[in-house]
Design a protein around this ligand. Structure first.
Ligand code: 13P
Length: 259
């Protein structure tokens, strides 16, 4: 079975000072996270404080919410994979729908970012998802496949299988209206099938596919009941250390029951 991931995306929340306090509290609350991986992505400005608070022995994964594809140079305001790696990041989100929606992120950029992450030894978490309009006009498959094929163009099978894909339907993000497992599972199957195709092998079987969009400690177990769903990418419910630790506890305790 694939190791489950519970990843918190802090978005634009918490100062460096708040991040230190959060991490110290989280470490008190979290059980030994046997068999699952727990990670979180603070804003760039809080990465160092979070790293310091984690110490050198923590198994919690630190990640970033974005990166730029060049290593260094005259790119005002940007942060490179080399810089993130140096700060102790292990993974990086790429192509989050808020980047696409508010900052004009395109599939060609997500492709360069995924490549830059891999080059720097960071695990890319590529986010894909349809809007409500896409769903209502029956465009889900088209949109998801486009985001995957364009975002992963030119990436070797060996690297593809180390990736994490987060399926985040745009209409479910921050709305309190999570997709139902019945809505999410077929898209997860589509993503895995596409990953198999792209890798030209069964490598897609090893890819972790997370669900994101209004996940809470109350609905997480319903998603994890499907073997297709390998964990969650969580926004709002990850900002409180007790709530985030509860999500990890749910993931440790629940077993998939359906294929
Ligand atoms: P919410 O959990 O707040 O809906 O956010 C999901 C998300 O965008 C995680 O990346």
């Amino acid at each position: 079975m694939r190791t489950r991931y519970i990843i918190g995306n802090w978005k634009m929340n918490k100062t460096a000072t708040e991040a230190g306090a959060f991490v110290r509290r989280l470490m008190q609350e979290l059980p030994a996270s046997d068999g699952i991986q727990v990670g979180f992505a603070p804003p760039f400005t809080a990465l160092h404080a979070a790293r310091e608070a984690l110490g050198s022995t923590s198994t919690l994964l630190l990640g970033a919410q974005d990166l730029y594809w060049e290593e260094k140079g005259a790119f005002t305001g940007e942060v490179s994979g080399t810089m993130l790696k140096d700060l102790g990041c292990r993974f990086v989100l790429v192509g989050h729908s808020e980047r696409r929606q508010y900052f004009g992120e395109q599939d060609s950029w997500t492709n360069k970012k995924v490549l830059a992450a891999l080059r720097n030894g960071l695990q890319p978490v590529l986010c894909v998802g349809e809007t409500l309009q896409d769903r209502e006009s029956d465009q889900i498959d088209l949109v998801i496949q486009r985001q995957l094929r364009a975002g992963l163009a030119g990436i070797e099978a060996q690297s593809l299988e180390t990736m994490v894909i987060a399926y985040e339907p745009v209409w479910a993000i921050g709305t309190g209206r999570a997709a139902s497992p019945e809505q999410a599972v077929p898209v997860h199957r589509l993503i895995r099938g596409t990953m198999n195709e792209l890798s030209g092998s069964e490598a897609g079987q090893r890819v972790r596919i997370l669900y994101g969009g209004s996940v809470t400690p109350h609905n997480l177990a319903d998603f994890l009941a499907s073997e297709e769903i390998d964990g969650a990418l969580v926004g709002g419910a990850c900002l409180d250390p007790v709530s985030f630790a509860t999500l990890a506890k749910v993931a440790i305790g629940s077993k998939p029951t359906t294929a």
